[in-house]
Design a protein around this ligand. Sequence first.
Ligand code: B3K
Ligand code: ZN
Length: 885
Amino acid sequence: PKVIYLKDYQAPEYLIDETNLTFELYEDHSLVHAQLVMRRNPERAAGDAGAGLPPLVLDGQQLELLALSMDDQALTAADYQLDDSHLTLQPKAATFTLDSTVRIHPETNTALEGLYKSGKMFCTQCEAEGFRKITYYLDRPDVMSKFTTTVTAEQHRYPVLLSNGNPVASGSEEGGRHWATWQDPFKKPAYLFALVAGDLWCVEDSFTTMTARDVALRIYVEPENIDKVQHAMDSLKKSMRWDEEVYGREYDLDIFMIVAVNDFNMGAMENKGLNIFNSSCVLAKAETATDAAHQRVEAVVAHEYFHNWSGNRVTCRDWFQLSLKEGFTVFRDAEFSADMNSRTVKRIEDVAFLRTNQFAEDAGPMAHPVRPDSFMEISNFYTLTVYEKGSEVVRMIHTLLGAEGFRKGTDLYFERHDGQAVTCDDFIKAMEDANGVDLTQFKRWYSQAGTPRLAVTEAFDPAARTYTLSFRQSCPATPGQAEKLPFVIPVELGLLDAAGNDLPLRLAGEAQAGGGNRVISVTEAEQSFTFVDIAEKPLPSLLRGLSAPVKLSFPYDRDQLMFLMQHDSDGFNRWDAGQQLSVQVLQELIGQHQRGEPLQLDPRLLTAFRTLLDDESLDQAMVAEMLSLPSEAYLTEISEVADVDAIHAAREFTRQSIGATLFEPLLARYQANRAISRETGYVAEAAHIARRTLQNIALSYLMQSGKADVLAACLEQFKDCDNMTERLSALAVLVNSGFEQEKAEALACFADYFKDDPLVMDQWFSVQAGCGLPGGLERVQALMEHPAFTLKNPNKVRALIGAFANQNLVNFHRADGAGYRFLADHVITLNALNPQIASRQLAPLTRWRKYDDGRQQLMRAELERILASGELSSDVFEVVSKSLA
Ligand code: B3K
Ligand code: ZN
């Protein structure tokens, strides 16, 4: 595959003003007729007078061309060139109409890109470059066109026919077929095209916009799921209101539709007016979806809805700009979720995810800037860096400009670029122009890869009453980028006095002190800030809320961390202090394990946890977060060389000690919360979610004791609850316990009861795939044979193979390499079936540099084996070859 570079970008030679499509859907093939009203791009026409018109090069893959005409003149093979990815022809005039008919095979499309079948329904996924598998086209986001789409299909099998925009006509045909025509008044790139045909039911509602227009809202699902749609509908209405209130953005069509499909490569897709969702991100009801799943539905519905402005009305010029829409939209959905739920808890979850996963990507062979400079396969760049780090970059702009300044910037951005395909520079320019600031240096966040390090030291001068913080930033080398220039790092901070209060802050040279929390910008490689009027040595609280995506180090001792855990006015930093304390304690245990010494837990961690459990005034959601130990994956990420077995042993030992030492207060919390659950039944509100989270964490610690009455409580919860949150937690706790008989019974009973609900079965697979007890690989291999498992469904692959390789580190990294072999085998199979999924599942193998020599060799050998396994997709080839480089 060839490498595409950002620096080679050129505007398109031709534009497509109108796109008129007719689909004829059949069981063994489909036909696509496309009429494209085209013209020479005036931007590129300067030299035409002398040189004549350039050739028209259309994208097209896996298409069987049946007919082609230009301005109603039929073209023959002599008039064009065809290869496996392009159709090239020579226009005679600067404006013309091109008509084509192609045959395609959605019924055998297992890559789930382009037009395909998910179960009994037809659906599409076009982003990034799937439209070229539907018809010959200029498949690039800077070609925007008005689409009219007619779909014809058998009425009985496909009573519902949908596409983008508004329905304008429909009718019946001979032979039991029918048709519908949809028109989208907004110009859009082909990646936002969508089509759905199926036997679907819908829940309908409506939304009145800020200018009093009525919008029809419809969520389409297969009939058996009609009772799981209300939560998504509520989330949609909340999102629409929030975008009006917070960003002044109103919805623009008369109808907004969501369709749930079972076979989908990612979470969801923001097609104009017709979002298509992985059913896992739409369907939720108490009996079958956990609290976390409910929150994910809310977040994804919001994310896709928000794209209507950040992505659709204003789109990307080219795919290097992907973070323009994705980073921004992730930031928007994160703020929405923060407003709908607990802000601090949302931030904690996002930061834990970023630090564990995006930081690992930034440190690995696929590291790339938020705006990459090159790629082989764009599908590989829908990454944590583009999404989550991209969102952190937007968050920093928000922090630097303040909420009001940021809003001025987004208003200008949307106004200036409505209907355009633009770049990250345009976004920054709008922020600069609206606020009169210069973000030139800040833009390095878009071009430099890697996670910056920020080392901080302090100096207190009692005589001068000054306190100086010195910052030193650096950024490790990443592929293709040996040296980095300093970033702009916004550091939100406070200084705590001995009583734990924030001191008023005045920097040397300032006239008067401000509040106790402020943001300073570190812009140099080394830079100091001196605070004046400081009577006693304070304790700094740094990088509050993770105000920049960096790795901070400050030489806190454990007592100081315990103090911050209790007193920091910033809830996020209270949690973070607890995490740092846990990390220090766990790293000490890891060292003991490696030296073959008996493990000795620092009792201060237990004291800190006891204090949390004893304080009834604390938000239960916070208590739950703070009682959660850093994951094995995070401990791996922060290790120089990760010792999987030592990490697992240290963490399990700590969990056991917590369960034993804090048995009484944990039991009290568990019983109190379980009693409320029994009494109130499932309530979807934040306070109840918090309560259940704490209840379930307590249960998992208590179960470490192996006591019979805890087992009884666990079984009672498993059997006598009315919701998936309690049931699945109880099941997970059992699965990770040594109660073999109860475990087997619970698993069997669960599977029997939920066998017809694929999303619930996904959770059943995941819980087992993640179990760190010995024999994990054998258990997963056996589950691959289960009738509910199939490699053709991405959710199943993620639930079993993905959960095993990403969450069951101690089993996946078995010293004999069997876990690696297992993953590579399936990557090889998936490469032929679904390249995008194959390439994603591969990620754990690319992290080989983190492990000891023996494991490194085994992991590399599997990567080599994949490389030699035959014809590789561009997706898999790019990841494997870059990770071996
Ligand atoms: N924009 C889509 C992702 C498309 C991925 C294509 N491989 C979903 C989202 O980010 O909203
Ligand atoms: Zn998105």
